[in-house]
Design a protein around this ligand. Structure first.
Ligand code: GLP
Length: 241
């Protein structure tokens, strides 16, 4: 694992955006695995800015997102589909037909997951998979106790995750209780994994996940077994290591 310690959130965002941008320049038709949450917002805005300046062309890029809430429509501002449009897709020249997320509006979980696995196989190996880190070590929506061999599946969110994500909703009751997520096996099959982490509130989980034992109880710890992981984290997030 390569670790880049950055001064602060903005520095983290710029460094991570540089890595993604280099990937797009080296392989214009690359497959990017994308993430939501508050952490990647700065890097998406940096990528959009470089695109705006004429420095970055998304026209041949394909994207697959990690996860989506079950039951939220694409028009729902809390859906990850909406998030991706707002923060990246509508700001760059990406072909919308090449942007994929699990279908949160499909009530049949088995069907939704099967369809997403088919999409993932059809786009081929992910060149860079971007990841954020949940406070309990979740990646995507793979919560503690996750099965390392899982592909896309439907998960029940833990109380901790519901509480953490409540800030985006009007009330805790509105946070969906289930989500579709790429599994650990899917995430681990990416060529390169880029993890972004910011803030002191993540310092403890950073230590546990990357400097502690590999265990399904801390899903991100599995990344210690991947041969190409880049962690870009600010000083605060690395303050316990
Ligand atoms: C959500 C997402 C994750 C994300 C995590 C951390 O639960 N499903 O993909 O990494 O939150 O979010 P944040 O970056 O806001 O701390």
């Amino acid at each position: 694992m390569i670790i880049y310690k950055t001064k602060d959130y903005d520095d983290m965002s710029r460094k991570a955006a540089n890595i993604i941008s280099a990937q797009i320049i080296l392989k214009p038709d690359c497959v990017l695995g994308l993430a939501t949450g508050s952490t990647p917002i700065g890097l998406y805005s940096q990528l959009a800015e470089w695109h705006h300046m004429g420095a970055l062309d998304f026209s041949q890029v394909t994207t697959v997102n990690l996860d989506e809430y079950k039951g939220l429509t694409k028009e729902n501002p809390q859906s990850y589909y909406y998030f991706m449009n707002e923060n990246l897709f509508q700001k760059v020249n990406i072909d919308k037909n090449r942007t994929f997320l699990p279908d949160g509006t499909e009530p049949d979980s088995e069907k939704a997951c099967r369809q997403y696995n088919e999409i993932l196989s059809s786009v081929g190996t992910v060149d860079i998979q971007l990841l954020g880190l949940g406070h309990n070590g979740h990646i995507g929506f793979n919560e503690p106790g996750t099965f390392f061999q899982a592909e896309t599946h439907c998960v029940s969110l833990t109380e901790q995750t519901i509480k953490a994500n409540q800030r985006f909703f009007a009330s805790e009751e509105e946070v969906p209780r289930e989500a579709y997520t790429m599994g650990i096996k899917t995430i681990m099959s990416a060529r390169h994994i880029l993890l972004v982490v910011s803030g002191e509130d993540k310092a403890e989980i950073v230590k546990k996940a990357f400097f502690g034992p590999i265990t399904p109880q801390v899903p991100a710890s599995v990344l210690q077994l991947h041969n190409h992981v880049t962690l870009v984290a600010d000083e605060a997030a690395l303050s316990q290591v």
